[in-house]
Design a protein around this ligand. Structure first.
Ligand SMILES: [Zn+2]
Length: 282
C-alpha cells in the first residue's frame, strides 16, 4: 500500500464550537511523508502527539504561539479514508464542529479523490503492552494486535441510567466506522453547558452539534442516533487521537473511562521506548 494524498484541494465550512465564528478549512494535496499538517498564516503545525498542548475538552495543538483546536474528529476521518499527507489551511484556530460527529467530514472525504504516491505507507505495530493509568483507576492499554486489524475495547460508566455502562468491542473497519462510529456525536451534561456559557465559551454550541443530557433525560428531540452513541463517540475521539502518532497504529486497544488526556499520555509512553513497537512499510 502506497501513501495517498488528495488529487485536488477540498474546502469544508462550519463554525467553531467555542467562538461561534465561521471556520473554513482547505485540505490541500501534499508531498510524501508530509503527514497531516495544519497551516495558519505562515505557521505550520504537524498533527503529532508531541505538539498537543491542551486536552481539556478537545485535542488542541500548540506551537510557536499558534493553536489549532478540536482536531480529533477530522483526524479520525482522515485516518479511516486513507489520507496520509495533507496540508490543511485554516481560517480559525477552531476547526468547524459540524454536527459534533464525524459524519459530514466522512461524507466529504469519501467523495474526494485520492492519488497514490510513490512512498510506502508506514504502519506502527505495537509489540509490547503499554499502559497509562490515572490516579482514579481510569486506564488505556495498547497491546500487540491479535490479527491484521486494530481492535478497540472501550468501556464507560456513568451514574445516569440514560448512559449507564456502555461497551464498544470491535475491530476497526471502514464499515464499522461509517455505521457506528462516525454518526456518534459529542455529548455533555446540561450543567457543564451552563458553566461553559457563563465563562464565555461554547458560543457555537447547540443541540445541532452535541447530545445534551440532563439527569435521566436527553434534551435533543431526535434522541440518540446510534445505539451506545456515547461510548462510540469516545471511540471516534480515540481513533483520531491515535493518528497523532504520525502512523496507522496496529494494536489491540483497551480503554476504561478515558479521554484525550489519557490518549496523549499513552502515546508519549509508547514512543519513550523503541522496543514497544516496530514500523512496517507495506
Ligand atoms: Zn469528540
Amino acid at each position: 500500500m502506497k501513501q495517498q494524498t488528495f488529487e485536488k484541494p477540498i474546502e469544508l465550512k462550519g463554525i467553531g464550537l467555542h467562538s461561534g465564528l465561521p471556520s473554513v478549512i482547505v485540505l490541500n494535496p501534499a508531498k510524501e511523508n508530509t503527514g497531516i499538517v495544519f497551516e495558519k498564516d505562515n505557521t505550520q503545525i504537524s498533527a503529532l502527539y508531541s505538539n498537543v498542548g491542551d486536552t481539556l475538552n478537545c485535542t488542541c495543538l500548540k506551537k510557536d504561539g499558534a493553536t489549532v483546536s478540536t482536531i480529533e474528529h477530522l483526524m479520525a476521518a482522515l485516518y479511516i479514508t486513507g489520507v496520509d499527507n495533507t496540508i490543511i489551511s485554516i481560517s480559525n484556530p477552531e476547526l468547524p464542529i459540524m454536527d459534533g460527529s464525524a459524519e459530514i467530514l466522512l461524507e466529504n472525504l469519501n467523495k474526494a479523490k485520492l492519488t497514490p504516491q510513490n512512498a510506502p505507507r508506514k504502519t506502527l505495530k505495537v509489540t509490547k503492552n503499554v499502559r497509562f493509568e490515572d490516579d482514579k483507576g481510569n486506564f488505556i492499554e495498547l497491546n500487540p494486535p491479535k490479527s491484521d486489524a486494530s481492535h478497540i475495547y472501550f468501556k464507560i460508566e456513568f451514574a445516569s441510567k440514560i448512559v449507564g455502562t456502555q461497551i464498544f468491542d470491535s475491530d476497526i473497519t471502514p464499515e464499522i466506522f461509517a455505521d457506528q462510529i462516525a454518526p456518534a456525536r459529542t455529548f455533555c451534561e446540561k450543567y457543564q453547558i451552563d458553566y461553559l456559557r457563563a465563562h464565555g465559551l461554547i458560543k457555537g454550541g447547540s443541540l445541532d452539534n452535541a447530545v445534551v443530557l440532563d439527569g435521566e433525560k436527553i434534551l435533543n428531540p431526535e434522541g440518540f442516533r446510534v445505539q451506545n452513541e456515547c461510548v462510540n463517540h469516545k471511540v471516534l475521539d480515540l481513533i483520531g487521537d491515535m493518528f497523532t502518532s504520525g502512523y496507522r497504529i496496529l494494536a489491540d486497544i483497551k480503554a476504561y473511562r478515558t479521554g484525550h488526556f489519557h490518549n496523549n499520555e499513552v502515546l508519549k509512553k509508547l514512543f519513550a521506548n523503541p522496543e514497544n513497537y516496530e514500523i512496517l512499510e507495506d
